[in-house]
Design a protein around this ligand. Structure first.
Ligand SMILES: Cc1cc2nc3c(=O)[nH]c(=O)nc-3n(C[C@H](O)[C@H](O)[C@H](O)COP(=O)(O)OP(=O)(O)OC[C@H]3O[C@@H](n4cnc5c(N)ncnc54)[C@H](O)[C@@H]3O)c2cc1C
Ligand code: FES
Length: 266
């Protein structure tokens, strides 16, 4: 874990409420694994007091990229930070996806994103590119589909679900996931990597059980310290309570006691 003064390179809007931010953070980028996150002090004043966690979207050439949605005061202030300013960034934090599982067992990785859950999955897709990942992207409407081109550029096949049917399959991303798995010899050769709202992850977990396959899911609990000290982010697992910021954010879906955790999430 490193604490870096990260010089902001760009902070570009992507549609209405989404931003892609890149900064120089050589030590964090050098150690980052897909599924880990950074904890960002939003500005140099005491407001907001707590750092905000963001999944690592890309880490290359000494740079860290994050993809974020403006949802409240912290992200609104972040969206106003200009190139050249310096961000106080802590990372890489947490435990990421075990992408080697798919590579070693020659499984087809199926990456499932709900809304902003797409953010950490591009980094993962890069690590898995030799296994031709399938990517299933879900959003409320077509304008909220992010990173489709980037996934295609690294050789992923992408299918899309929108709640309103404005693009691709009309309905939930998990219903589309079932279609994708059924078309893959009942999905037996697949492994699922997911990030998104909690109810979606709970459904991914049910689907993985139905098909007898592994699912790794990234949970996004509200966090305070981000480094395992305050216990503010615990989730109930079959092996007791675990800290999302330290033992997670990525868990094997079978570990989580889902009925206690199906509310919340973005
Ligand atoms: C490990 C991890 C990785 C994350 N990665 C990303 C990412 O890549 N891109 C991105 O846009 N966001 C990500 N988030 C969520 C992001 O941290 C929050 O959106 C952000 O902290 C909100 O700050 P705010 O001050 O703008 O909003 P606040 O004013 O703090 O909250 C605004 C609204 O968002 C909800 N909210 C805030 N934090 C969370 C959270 N952690 N989970 C669920 N709901 C929340 C609040 O309940 C409230 O309704 C991640 C969260 C975690 C824990
Ligand atoms: S946020 Fe403090 S222990 Fe996880």
């Amino acid at each position: 874990m490193h604490l870096e003064k990260a010089t902001l390179l760009y902070n570009k809007p992507l549609g209405k409420n989404y931003f892609r931010l890149a900064c120089n953070a050589a030590k964090i980028a050098g150690d980052a694994a897909a599924g880990q996150f950074v904890s960002v002090k939003i500005n140099n004043t005491h407001e907001p007091f707590l750092r905000r966690p963001f999944g690592i979207h890309k880490a290359e050439g000494g740079r860290i990229e994050i993809l974020y949605e403006v949802v409240g005061e912290g992200t609104r202030l972040l969206s106003r930070r200009k190139p050249g300013s310096v961000l106080d960034m802590l990372g890489p934090l947490g435990k990421g996806y075990d992408y080697r599982y798919a590579l070693i067992r020659r499984k087809t990785p199926v990456l499932v994103a709900g809304g902003m859950g797409v953010a950490p999955l591009l980094f993962l897709a890069e690590k898995l590119s030799q296994s031709s990942p399938r990517v299933v992207l879900g959003a409320k409407t077509k304008n909220q589909i992010l990173c489709e081109k980037e996934f295609k550029k690294i050789g992923c096949s992408v299918t899309i679900a929108t709640d309103d049917g404005s693009r691709g399959f009309k309905g939930k991303v998990t219903d589309l996931l079932e279609q994708v798995l059924s078309a893959m010899d009942h999905g037996l050769s697949a492994v699922l990597y997911a990030c998104g709202p909690r109810p979606m992850l709970a459904q991914v977990s049910r689907i993985s059980r139905k098909y007898g396959i592994v699912a790794q899911v990234s949970l996004e609990e509200h966090m305070a310290c981000g480094i395992g000290a305050c216990l503010g982010c615990v989730v109930k697992t079959k092996d007791g309570y675990k800290r999302v910021c330290k033992e997670g954010p990525v868990f094997n879906s079978e570990e989580i006691v889902w009925h206690e955790h199906t509310k919340g999430g973005r």
